[in-house]
Design a binder for this molecule. Structure first.
Ligand SMILES: [Zn+2]
Length: 310
C-alpha cells in the first residue's frame, strides 16, 4: 500500500554539511535550505526496505560536478541565457546549424569531457556493487555514471562521448572526432564563454562561418552526437528494455531530476501503475511529486553520502 506523501517539516535538526561538493563547483547548484534529519531518516528507511532499487537520475546529479542544468531556478541555463538546446529536426535539416553546433561543441569539449563523477555518482556505483541497486537510468549525457564505474546502466538520452553517423549508423568515439576537427581547423581558435549541459558553447556567427565539419569516413553521412536532441524520441527498444528492468525492481528512487521530460516521467507513471514505492531526492518541485511517498529536498551528493545501503 502506498503511504501518503509526507510534507517534511524544516524544524528538525539539520544534517551536518559534508564537504562532498568541491569549492567552486557550487555555482550551478540551486540554492536549497539544509536538509532536515527527519527526511534523511525517512530516505534511509526507504532504501533499507528496497531489495532491488531502480534509480532515475537527471541533471541535478551533475551540477555538483560543475555541469549546469537547463531548468533550475536562477542558475539553470534557461535562467542564465537566452540559448535553447539543439532541436533534432533543425540539426538534420540545416548544414549551417550543424556547423554552429559542432563549432561550439568543439570548443567546449575539452572542459565538458574532463568533468568527474561526484560523491552521488560514487554512492550509486557502490550500491550497485553491494547488490542494492538493480538498475540505473540516467537522462544525463555526460558519461559521469560510466566514469564512476556504473555497469547496470541505461543512458536514456545517449551519451555525448559517442558520435553516430545518420547515414550508416556507425558509432564512434567523440574523442576521435575532436582529433579530426583539430586537423581540419588548425588555425581556428575561439574562446568559450559558457558551457552548456550538452557540451555546447557560445560563439559569434563570424567565427562559426570558417569552421570545417567532417562527415562519416565510411559513407560521407552526417555526424551527430549520439544524444537524443529535443524533438527526437527515445528508441522504442531502449524504452522497453528499461520497462523490463523496472518490472524486476521493487522501489524507485529519483535523484536530481525534475522529470519534466516525458521520456523519464513515463517510468514514474509505470511505477505508479505497479504500485511501487517512489522516493524523490531533488532540489525543487518535480512532475512526479504526487506519485511519491517521500520527497527530500537537498543536494544529491550530501544526502546520499549519509545513506547506508543496508
Ligand atoms: Zn556513415
Amino acid at each position: 500500500m502506498r503511504l501518503p506523501w509526507r510534507v517534511l517539516t524544516p524544524h528538525t535538526a539539520p544534517v551536518r554539511r559534508a564537504s562532498s561538493v568541491p569549492a567552486g563547483m557550487l555555482g550551478f547548484v540551486p540554492a536549497c535550505s539544509t536538509t532536515d534529519a527527519q527526511s534523511v531518516e525517512q530516505l534511509q528507511d526507504f532504501v533499507t526496505r528496497a531489495r532491488r532499487l531502480f534509480a532515475i537520475t537527471g541533471a541535478g546529479l551533475s551540477t555538483e560536478s560543475g555541469i549546469p542544468d537547463y531548468r533550475s531556478e536562477g542558475v539553470g541555463l534557461y535562467a542564465r541565457t537566452d540559448r535553447r538546446p539543439m532541436q533534432h529536426a533543425e540539426f538534420v535539416r540545416s548544414a549551417k546549424s550543424r556547423q554552429r553546433y559542432w563549432a561550439r561543441n568543439f570548443v567546449g569539449w575539452p572542459q565538458f569531457s574532463s568533468h568527474l563523477p561526484n560523491s552521488a555518482h560514487k554512492v550509486l556505483q557502490r550500491w550497485e556493487d553491494g547488490g542494492k541497486l538493480h538498475w540505473l537510468v540516467t537522462q544525463n549525457v555526460d558519461a559521469l555514471h560510466s566514469k564512476a564505474g556504473q555497469k547496470r546502466l541505461t543512458e536514456l538520452h545517449g551519451c555525448a562521448h559517442r558520435v553516430v553517423c545518420l547515414g550508416c549508423g556507425a558509432i564512434s568515439a567523440r574523442e576521435d572526432l575532436q582529433r579530426r576537427f583539430l586537423s581540419l581547423n588548425p588555425d581556428w581558435t575561439a574562446q568559450a564563454a559558457a558551457v552548456a549541459p550538452d557540451g555546447d558553447v557560445f560563439l559569434e556567427d563570424e567565427q562559426v562561418l570558417h569552421f570545417r565539419v567532417p562527415s562519416c569516413e565510411d559513407c560521407g553521412g552526417i555526424l551527430k552526437p549520439e544524444v537524443t536532441f529535443f524533438g527526437d524520441t527515445v528508441n522504442k527498444a531502449t524504452v522497453q528494455f528499461v520497462h523490463d528492468r523496472l518490472a524486476e525492481s521493487d522501489a524507485v528512487l529519483v535523484v536530481g531530476s525534475s522529470l519534466q521530460v516525458y521520456s523519464g516521467y513515463r517510468f514514474l507513471l509505470a511505477a505508479s501503475d505497479r504500485r511501487m514505492p517512489v522516493a524523490i531526492l531533488n532540489i525543487g518541485a518535480t512532475r512526479a511529486d504526487h506519485l511519491a511517498e517521500l520527497k527530500v529536498s537537498g543536494r544529491c551528493g550530501e544526502v546520499l553520502s549519509v545513506i547506508q545501503p543496508l
